[in-house]
Design a protein around this ligand. Structure first.
Ligand SMILES: Cc1cc2nc3c(=O)[nH]c(=O)nc-3n(C[C@H](O)[C@H](O)[C@H](O)COP(=O)(O)OP(=O)(O)OC[C@H]3O[C@@H](n4cnc5c(N)ncnc54)[C@H](O)[C@@H]3O)c2cc1C
Length: 351
């Protein structure tokens, strides 16, 4: 089989963003291998929130760097500019203000809202028990699967190869250097291998003696009928609820699930306990929804790191190996910035 400049394992939003960025940088002769179909992992379940403000400035910066890329392709990814709110409790307001000022100093528009201002401006949200909020007028939501397909198509047009239904079985090494992969379709060779296989990354690199510090955690989003779904995306750090309008006169509402170490190869049913928690808690925030109008949901998962910062790792014992996973429920909004970081690592190795 022929030798490639770069092999990418995994066609989720992270792998496809890397593929696109490599081809944008003029690196050709690259291949992405996906065991199922593009975006079939966490990516196709994602809520698609695009926003900048995080409590952790490392993540705010990754998200901020990603926003221009998403604005450039807003039509292709069905971006909906609803704006986004992050609502805080009293003890976090000082830190929130500091992070607002830090992000504003980079030229990104953020507004601090008092509960009174919030209630006036966004009356369909109940501001009870909220001590303050950050509002991002540029934020909203988009379709992560559409982004993955768009990047795949663009890269293919520039000559990149993408193979779906090809599962990587193991990474081949020679004298402690990566040289290729064995797959369900035969062997592929390259001196640069990028593992971007979400939770499956752990299994792929384990035979090399690398123990990735990630755990798989469930995430569920639930949909309810809502004819008046004109409100911004929001994350409510007082109740842990998050929500956004969903096309089709629906509202998407999520609440964290504490299911860890789930098997990403098993198809799980919707968690009824999570649904009833949402039905109990959400009426305190969005009052006018009929919560018995549950209209389906998605039970997905993501790879989590303990600090939620994701992994961009180049193990020194295997030159040529780059691992990126662990995006902890937020990989879509940071994918373009992660891709840029990975491609810089590749350029260092190729040049
Ligand atoms: C319900 C839900 C809601 C979410 N909401 C948001 C949100 O609003 N905003 C946000 O930013 N993020 C959100 N996320 C998180 C985001 O979707 C993920 O962080 C992101 O999709 C991770 O992308 P990835 O490419 O790392 O992994 P994945 O999308 O899981 O892709 C990994 C790919 O690798 C492939 N693969 C695995 N093993 C192999 C192998 N051996 N050979 C070849 N291919 C292989 C898989 O088939 C898969 O397609 C949400 C996630 C879920 C589940």
């Amino acid at each position: 089989m022929k030798k490639y400049n770069v092999i990418i394992i995994g066609g989720g939003v992270i792998g496809t963003a890397i593929l696109n960025e490599l081809s944008q940088q003029g690196i050709n002769n690259i291949i992405l291998l996906e065991k199922e179909t593009i975006g079939s992992g966490s990516t196709c379940k994602s809520g698609g929130f695009i926003r900048c403000f995080h409590q952790d400035s490392y993540l705010s910066d990754l998200a901020l760097e990603s926003i221009p890329t998403y604005m450039d392709i807003s039509k292709e990814i069905n971006f909906s500019n609803t704006g986004s709110l992050f609502m805080e409790k009293k003890e976090n307001i000082a830190d929130m203000r500091q992070e607002i000022a830090r992000i504003q100093s980079k030229g990104y528009l953020l507004e601090e809202l008092t509960p009174n201002q919030g209630q006036k401006r966004f009356p369909s949200i109940d501001w009870n028990n909220i001590s303050g909020a950050v509002y991002e007028p540029m934020a909203g939501f988009a379709n992560p699967l559409a982004a993955s397909h768009y990047w795949t198509t663009k890269a293919r047009e520039s000559g990149a190869r993408v193979m779906e239904g090809v599962s990587v079985k193991n990474i081949i090494t020679k004298d402690r250097e990566v040289v290729g992969v064995t797959t369900s379709y035969g062997k592929f060779y390259s001196d640069i291998i990028i593992v971007a296989a979400g939770p499956w990354s752990k299994r792929i690199v384990k035979p090399l003696g690398i123990n990735l510090k990630i755990r798989t955690k469930a995430i569920q989003i639930n949909f309810f009928e809502n004819k008046n779904n004109q409100y911004p995306c929001f994350i409510d750090n007082t109740t842990k609820l998050y929500s956004r309008p969903e096309p089709g006169r629906l509202s998407l509402i999520g609440y964290p699930i504490d299911d860890w170490d789930i098997d990403p190869d098993v198809e799980y049913p919707l968690d009824k306990k999570n649904l009833s928690r949402v039905q109990n808690i959400a009426p305190t925030r969005i009052k006018k929804i009929n919560y018995s109008s549950f209209s389906g949901g998605k039970y997905g998962f993501d790879a989590y790191t303990s600090d939620l910062r994701g992994i961009i790792n180049t193990p020194p014992e295997y030159p040529g190996l780059i691992i990126t996973t662990g995006w902890s429920g937020g990989g879509f909004k940071v994918a373009p910035a992660v891709a840029k970081k990975i491609v810089n690592l590749c350029l260092n190795k190729i040049c």
